[in-house]
Design a protein around this ligand. Structure first.
Ligand code: APR
Length: 235
């Protein structure tokens, strides 16, 4: 791992699994108990906003009951000690990266602890429920929605993500199934411009064949070991 200066790390639900947050796919995953079409599309929100609010209100409350795990803390340490460029691009909508101390984090699918006003477009840090239609602190309209990127909507800050990937010497993917684009396509973008690519995951993802290296196991074990290696290589 020599000559590495710029690192992009993509994280998915698997990095938060050991903190007690459900993943989306696979055994017991969220999408086994809820139909995406019912809770995670703009059409679903237009059709039955209470159902969608109930779903996200429960998840917003749940993430405030859990703690970051060893994988989050290891990435926060790398973020603090890595002198080169580093960006953690997360598909996760929990705040565990930040609660572990990481600062170079970009939420491409939005955040649970944010509410988005559909009248004035303001976004607000939000911890409580939305089902009772609380007024927007900015414009008082009762049109706040979860600040989550739903299926059929464009992920956030894609230009920044592609710019970082185009400069990356190393692209690392942690705890994601590679089932959802454009996140799942970033490894190919990185490889195409010459970056080394590493996957750390419990099981092979749908994009495993695109990676130079795949290490299988729980993130809570794989990530601290990988971070140790990276910091040792930089000394
Ligand atoms: N350590 C490492 N990897 C794990 C662990 C663990 N402890 N537990 C599960 N995994 C892996 C699984 O093997 C799987 O490959 O994490 C992956 C989780 O995959 P998904 O549930 O599909 O989650 P993710 O890839 O983040 O989903 C992408 O889909 O539903 C949408 O917008 C949502 O951001 C989400 C996107």
């Amino acid at each position: 791992m020599s000559n590495i200066r710029n690192i992009v790390i993509l994280t998915g639900a698997g990095i938060s699994a050991e903190s007690g947050i459900d993943t989306f796919r696979g055994g017991g995953g969220l999408w086994e108990n809820h139909r995406v079409e019912d809770v995670a599309t703009p059409e679903a929100f237009a059709r039955d906003p209470d159902l969608v609010h109930r779903f996200y209100d429960a998840r917003r409350a749940a993430i405030q009951q859990v703690e970051p795990n060893a994988a989050h803390y290891a990435l926060a340490r790398l973020d603090a000690e890595w002198e080169g460029n580093l960006l953690i691009v997360t598909q996760n909508v929990d705040d565990l990266h930040e609660r572990a101390g990481a600062s170079r984090v970009l939420h491409m699918h939005g955040e649970h602890l944010s509410a988005w006003c559909q009248s004035c477009d303001a976004r607000h840090h939000w911890r409580g429920p939305l089902i009772d239609r609380p007024a927007c602190p900015e414009c008082s309209a009762e049109t706040l929605r979860p600040d989550i990127v739903w299926f059929g909507e464009m992920p956030y800050r894609m230009e920044e993500i592609y710019a970082a990937v185009s400069e990356a010497d190393l692209f690392v993917s942690i705890g994601t199934s590679g089932a959802v684009y454009p996140a799942a396509g970033l490894v190919q973008e990185a490889a195409a411009q010459g970056a080394q690519t590493v996957e750390l995951n419990l099981e092979r993802s749908q994009g495993s064949h695109f990676f130079d290296v795949t290490r299988l196991g729980p993130a809570g074990q794989l990530v601290p070991a990988w971070v140790e290696e990276m910091l040792a290589s930089a000394r």
